[in-house]
Design a protein around this ligand. Structure first.
Ligand code: F6R
Length: 621
């Protein structure tokens, strides 16, 4: 939620910041702003100290980055030191006044912030009583005023004092016109990375923001403060003690953060799934041999596992549900799904011999982070599954399994979901093989099918046009029910989530057998039912459920298996996926549902990459 970028170096930074903000726009897109240090235009300044020659120039605007860009196109705002922000409003409406950066009373300090200051009301009262003037409704505005209070010439020290007073979360980046050669920053909970460039250094909420300038990064940890200059990077703890940190290099390409000819990131990311799935298997599964070093548990420890808990939110929780079904079926270990946002409030039980798996594509979801902290405090061992190297969840977990889907820019999760599912398949088989609870011939059959799954996904994508035609008919409906059973259930839930988040159509995912217990009352001529009906062990049951809603005048779209000759009798529209084993239909049947949501949303003129009210990573509670 909210994106931050900063640059200090030899180059003019306006374009660097605007381009970076565009890449961060998925984190928030209701308003944006930029602040740049610029030399004052006065001759008498020559004799003044260099510091007095600079002022902070700010431009901010409600709306998307394009609005900010329009605003500054005709201005002279540019310089070699600057900060930018794209906002997802938490305190105060998305207006120009509430947009970041925010300033102190003397307009010498400018701040951008991603997070929430929980004790801002108390701090604001204190600052007002000292004579500070506030102009916005934001919590963030207390930060520049507090820095102004604490600043005795070194903004970094002021930042360290600030961290001791504020409660909440945040990545904070500040400029000071009195020290124009540096940018100062701090982090509590919200993500922040340092990008190390040849001609300057960067700060950003996320690596793709600066990937076109560098692939060398350092992570910032909680309660650390940073000073970056053109040729130096310094990291300190909250008490000012210097910290040394090794940089790391990412192998993400610049094109992976661009649309590469696709109309939207979402569509590009849907089409990248064969690659993301293959990359996620690479090094773990090859020619029937499964190697999962990351789990780092002995066979004996695995056999003795009493329970596995999987913690996740949203789409990741649907991967968790599929994972539960797979692990329970193949490895016979009981699995409990924990909704991250609920977990820490229920005084959770952490068994002696248990394993926690946290699934989070961003690795920054605050609820998942809080849940793993709670579980850890009770002695749990955490294995994280995430797509972002060096993310907070990755660093706070005992072991990490990276999905290699590449950066996902579209707000709704697509390729990271299928990469998560692949990891769940691999983990389930791995645990089953270590416990000896699945026959070797079954293991070989599953692994063999997994190795050819990317080709099957590709063959579905090759028929995307068929789904578009269905979407062209269905986009007028206002109620969608997604029905599935067994391994089709997580896919029904995920299909409904995809549709509602990008098209704003009301959609629900249900276990098909639950329809009779209430939801079937919704069914009439205005309802579309999407059935996940592959040829599996519950196929006949699904047919009956589809029949029940068809006879109540719903329009039926079935996702079925190639060669199924019965399904068209029950359905108005059918899309067929290639044959596979029953547990693997999930990863195939989700692809047409992602495409369906995409094309319906496009028909309705929605912004699929940046749906209203949503942000890519949810870093506030
Ligand atoms: C839906 C979506 C969200 C996320 C959820 C968890 O398309 O993207 O539901 O899945 O916010 O995010 P992560 O996986 O980053 O923890």
């Amino acid at each position: 939620m909210c994106g931050i970028i900063a640059y200090v170096g030899d180059r003019k930074c306006r374009e660097i910041i605007i381009n970076g903000l565009k890449r961060l726009e998925y984190r928030g897109y209701d308003s944006a702003g930029i602040a740049v240090l610029m030399k004052k235009n006065s001759k008498k300044n020559e004799k003044q100290a260099a510091s007095e020659n600079y002022s902070i120039n700010i431009a901010k605007q409600a709306g998307k980055i394009a609005e900010l860009e329009k605003l500054i196109n005709d201005t002279h705002i540019d310089g070699c030191v600057g900060i930018g922000h794209t906002r997802w409003a938490t305190h105060g409406a998305p207006t120009q006044i509430n947009a970041h950066p925010h300033m102190d009373c003397k307009s010498k300090i400018a701040v951008v912030h991603n997070g929430i200051i929980e004790n801002y009301a108390e701090l604001k009262d204190e600052l007002i009583s000292k004579g500070h003037k506030f102009i916005s409704e934001t919590d963030t505005e207390v930060i520049p005023h507090m820095l102004e209070e604490f600043n005795n010439g070194d903004l970094l020290i002021a930042m360290q004092k600030l961290l001791k007073r504020i409660k909440g979360s945040g990545a904070i980046v500040a400029l000071n016109s009195d020290t124009p050669e540096e940018i100062v920053a701090a982090r509590i909970s919200s993500p922040l990375v340092i990008g190390i460039g040849k001609d300057g250094n960067f700060l950003a909420s996320d690596m793709p923001a600066v990937l076109e300038h560098t692939r060398n990064f350092m992570i910032v940890n909680d309660f650390e403060t940073i000073r970056i200059k053109k040729g130096s990077i310094e990291i300190f703890d909250i008490d000012g003690k210097k910290i040394t940190r090794e940089p790391f290099k990412v192998n993400w390409s610049i094109t992976s953060a661009e649309k590469s000819g696709y109309e939207d990131f979402m569509l590009k990311e849907i089409f990248e799934q064969p690659f993301g799935v293959k990359e996620t298997m690479r090094g773990r599964l090859s020619e029937g041999i499964l190697d999962f070093k990351e789990i780092d548990l002995t066979s004996e420890q695995i056999i003795n596992l009493e329970k596995i808990h999987i913690i996740a939110c949203g789409t990741s929780s649907h991967a968790a549900l599929l994972g539960k079904q797979l692990i329970e079926k193949w490895a016979r270990i009981p699995v409990e799904i924990e909704v991250s946002s609920e977990y820490r409030y229920k005084d959770p039980i952490v068994e002696k011999n248990c394993l926690f798996i946290a699934i989070t594509q961003s690795g920054e979801t605050i609820d998942t982070l809080a849940a793993i902290r709670e579980a850890k405090s009770k002695g749990a061992r955490i294995v994280a599954i995430t797509n972002v190297v060096g993310s907070t969840v990755a660093r706070e977990s005992d072991a990490v399994i990276y999905t290699h889907a590449g950066p996902e820019i579209g707000v709704c999760a697509t390729k990271t979901f299928t990469a998560q599912i692949i990891v769940m398949y691999l983990i389930a088989v791995y645990l089953a093989s270590k416990t000896g609870r699945l026959k070797e011939e079954n293991i070989q059959e599953i692994l063999g099918e997994l190795e050819i799954i990317p080709n099957k996904i590709q063959s579905i994508l090759n028929n995307a046009e068929q789904i578009k035609k269905v979407a062209d008919q269905l986009y007028k409906y206002r109620t969608f029910l997604f029905l599935g059973r067994l391994f089709g259930l997580p896919i029904a839930l995920e299909g409904a989530l995809k549709l509602k988040e990008i098209s704003y159509i009301h959609a629900e995912g249900y276990a098909a057998g639950e329809m009779k217990h209430g939801p079937i009352a919704l069914t009439d001529t205005n309802t579309t039912v999407v059935g996940i009906v592959p040829k599996d062990s519950v196929y006949e049951k699904m047919l009956s459920n589809i029949e029940e809603v068809k006879s109540r005048n719903a329009t039926i779209f079935s996702v079925a298996t190639e060669g199924d000759t019965q399904i068209s009798k029950y359905s108005n529209y059918v899309f067929s996926v290639p044959k596979t084993i029953e547990e693997l239909y999930g990863i195939l049947t989700i692809i047409p549902l992602q495409l369906l949501s995409y094309y319906i949303a496009k028909n309705l003129g929605r912004n699929v990459d940046q749906p209203r009210n949503l942000a890519k990573s949810v870093t506030v509670e």
